[in-house]
Design a binder for this molecule. Structure first.
Ligand SMILES: [Zn+2]
Length: 388
């Protein structure tokens, strides 16, 4: 067994209050970490660090837990840059754009889909993301959804069946027939490849009754429930997620006071996706309202070719701080521990002893630079299980 001492850490964010300065981020200055068997064995002040077999000095830079991106759609083909360009010159975003990607995804080979996914996961890794959730949802047939998830599970254990993304064109006159397909044969083919089930509960996609039907079937098949809701306007999705005690409800752009109260009481994580508001030129949600009410909040990229084609968690942090009212510390916590909580993962997103040694070395003296220096490639090294 080989142990590694990472030392010379100018600022270490542990996300463990008791391990650091008493703040939520649990910051330790002039810190060190010992990694054994891909796990954190010890964290503390460098002056008190135990001996290890090998050591690595990061030269005073800041170290943070790897980003946990709990919401992405990476199994797709095609390009929607022209749609983006049109939107930026006045055409509003609608859920129907998903169908463009569905057509391209169905036409792609398994190899093309797998290569495109691998390229995006590598792009995320370079930007500090060490855990990513990946959804299906651009196949919308039994075979295309099942292969999407089979491809996704090659890259992550956080796979989500999103057959209920939009109603495909061939079911335009029979949306309930499509829900029957999703909850029947499609669920049967997809559940073996999925950990989660998700529904796009929005005007133009699925209503609350349809969403409840899909989630109930998926949860009965052993999948965890999560939901896309309240992105394009006020709606019933957030209340449904809280009522069903889902682990997370994502978007939450339009929230009533009752929605905020329900989130605070249920403990369901509200996952905010600022790349969407940025890329659709929409109004941002007020994260401070959620945090002040005591809600659990996560930040994720929603990386997808239509409404948010960014894979950058640092960009999401900068936007959350600038546009959603988060402090830099709240945004970093939401992008790491918040994401881990939204995936019900205890061993990532923090550096308590026993946690995964998934860490990011920033080319900066403090994590605050993630928001202070937007657009700058500050992620200089990414170690997963202590290995770069
Ligand atoms: Zn999404």
């Amino acid at each position: 067994m080989t142990s590694l001492l990472i030392t010379g850490i100018g600022e270490l964010v542990t996300n463990a209050r008791e391990a650091g300065d008493g703040s939520e981020l649990g910051i330790v200055h002039d810190a060190a970490m010992v990694v054994e068997r891909n796990r954190v064995a010890w964290v503390g002040e460098a002056a008190r660090s135990p001996a290890a077999d090998t050591s690595y000095d990061v030269g005073g830079r800041a170290v943070i837990p790897g980003f946990v991106d709990s919401h992405s759609h990476l199994v797709f083909a095609g390009d929607r840059s022209q749609e983006f360009a049109a939107r930026m010159t006045g055409t509003p975003y609608s859920a129907g754009g998903v169908r463009t990607t569905v057509a391209a995804t169905r036409a792609a080979t398994d190899e093309q889909l797998a290569a495109n996914l691998a390229r995006h996961v590598a792009e995320m890794r370079r930007q500090g993301t060490t855990t990513v959730e990946i959804k299906s949802g651009y196949g919308l047939t039994v075979a295309d959804e099942a292969r999407s998830l089979a491809i996704a599970e090659q890259a992550t254990r956080e796979t989500t069946f999103l057959g209920a993304h939009v109603v495909p064109p061939e079911f335009a006159d029979d949306p309930d027939g499509y829900v029957d397909l999703v909850t029947g044969p499609m669920l049967g083919a997809c559940a073996p490849h999925a950990k989660w089930i998700d529904v796009f509960c929005e005007r133009g996609a699925f209503d609350a009754d349809q969403a409840r039907t899909v989630l109930t079937a998926g949860m009965a098949a052993g999948l965890g429930g999560r939901l896309h809701a309240n992105q394009l306007g006020h709606g019933p999705g957030v209340q449904l997620a809280c009522e069903m005690s889902l682990i997370a409800v994502d978007h939450c752009t339009y929230l009533s006071d009752e929605d905020v109260s329900a989130l605070a009481e249920s403990g369901t994580t509200a996952t905010l996706l600022p790349g969407v508001e940025f890329s659709t030129r929409s109004a941002y949600p007020d994260a401070r309202r959620l945090l002040d009410a005591g809600c659990n909040v996560a930040l994720a990229s929603d990386c997808n070719p239509g409404s948010s084609y960014t894979s950058s968690m640092p960009l999401c942090i900068a936007l959350a701080v600038r546009e959603m009212g988060m402090s830099p510390s709240q945004a970093l916590y939401a992008a790491t521990k918040g994401g881990a909580d939204a995936l019900r993962r205890d061993e990532i997103g923090h550096f308590r002893p026993g946690a995964a040694a998934d860490l990011v070395v920033l080319d900066a003296p403090s994590y605050v630079h993630l928001a202070y220096r937007p657009g700058v490639p500050l992620v200089s090294e990414v170690l997963v299980g202590g290995i770069g």
